[in-house]
Design a protein around this ligand. Structure first.
Ligand code: ZN
Length: 85
């Protein structure tokens, strides 16, 4: 019920709704931000702040968490922050 997720940037645990969700799709292995419920794959979570996004990208933490070498543009993730505000 009350499952907590971990930010790949800062390592903090929070409920899923408080995170940007990045998913590597099962089909094709592309990276999708905040996928709909019909998309399946391995997920990683990031806080809605620039610091966590930068941390996750800088040390390839996001790639490690998702077991992928597919890159995600920082700008694409930062766009998510603007949508929240
Ligand atoms: Zn974080």
């Amino acid at each position: 019920m009350n499952k907590q997720r971990k930010c790949v940037g800062c390592g903090e645990f929070k409920p899923r709704e408080n995170f940007i969700r990045v998913m590597k799709t099962e089909k094709g292995g592309e990276l999708v931000i905040n996928p709909n419920s019909k998309t399946f794959g391995r997920s990683a979570y990031l806080c809605y702040n620039q610091k966590c996004i930068e941390l996750a990208l800088k040390k390839s933490k996001l790639n490690k968490a998702l077991k992928t070498s597919a890159a995600l543009e920082k700008a694409t993730l930062l766009e998510q922050l603007n949508q929240e505000n």
